[in-house]
Design a protein around this ligand. Structure first.
Ligand code: ATP
Length: 235
């Protein structure tokens, strides 16, 4: 579904990704594991068109998207939930969700998806008219995910959905990620909590200083001594 071939990405003169290649198959949950600053967010931003690779290819369903505008990439079926949620604080929950569908014209489909989002996140339904800036961190994460789903993505990019959330809420968010995946959406998940990410993922890639150093089945990586030591708290 998504194929990345040997990309190099820079911030000015600073190289953030070096020769990164990866594949995501339809229906999978794939996770990116790596320390702070390894380049995980940069990879998501490159897929969603916020950054352009200087070299290499990004192919989505066979089409090259490496130089395309972010908006065109959303239209093709990729939504990005950025780190730190970024909901529009002065707008209501409902308005934020409607914005997620702003590239669509199929009114009936939008209405259907709005209902789906409220089923997935009943808390948002309770807060439809509330200003988004007054929501809790967990609710804002739900809203950011709901807004991304309103574009009806086939591939959903999630950047650190658990950041700053209490453990119980994290569990809830991860259950919903699995539910979204079961509904047919392919997922690329960036997560600091490698244990949790590997527990729901099919496959994982390990990123270190801008390069992929290891990849494999999630189960396999969970069992690997190297991964345990470096990313799973040594247990
Ligand atoms: P984190 O979990 O902290 O977000 P990450 O793995 O997502 O880590 P990135 O945010 O992708 O890492 O950053 C990769 C590298 O690029 C880091 O060295 C970072 O300092 C650098 N970097 C990120 N954003 C910028 C920017 N806007 N300008 C310059 N350098 C940047």
């Amino acid at each position: 579904m998504l194929k990345i071939e040997d990309i190099n990405v820079y911030y000015g003169n600073i190289q953030a990704l070096r020769g990164v290649s990866m594949d995501i198959n339809k229906g999978e949950i794939v996770t990116l594991i790596g320390a702070n600053g390894a380049g995980k967010s940069t990879l998501l931003k490159t897929i969603s068109g916020l950054l352009k690779p200087k070299q290499g290819k990004v192919l989505f369903e066979g089409e090259s998207i490496g130089g395309k505008a972010a908006q065109s990439i959303v239209k093709l079926g990729i939504s990005h939930v950025p780190e730190g949620r970024r909901v529009f604080a002065n707008m209501t929950v409902e308005e934020n969700l409607e914005l997620g569908a702003f590239l669509r014209k199929d009114k009936a489909g939008i209405k259907q998806d709005l209902e789906k989002v409220y089923t997935l996140f009943p808390r948002l339904l309770e807060r439809v008219k509330q200003q988004s800036g007054t929501l809790s961190g967990g609710e804002q994460q739900m809203l950011a995910m709901g807004r991304a789903l309103m574009a009806r993505p086939r591939l959903l990019l999630l950047d650190e959905p658990s950041m700053g959330l209490a453990p119980l809420l994290v569990k809830q968010i991860f259950n919903i990620v699995e539910e979204i995946n079961k509904g047919g959406t392919t997922i690329l998940l960036v997560e600091q909590n490698a244990n949790l990410a590997l527990s729901i993922a099919d496959r994982a890639y390990v990123v270190e200083t801008g390069s992929i150093v290891l990849s494999g089945e999630a189960e396999e990586l969970t069992a690997s001594e190297e991964i345990k030591k470096a990313y799973l708290g040594g247990h």
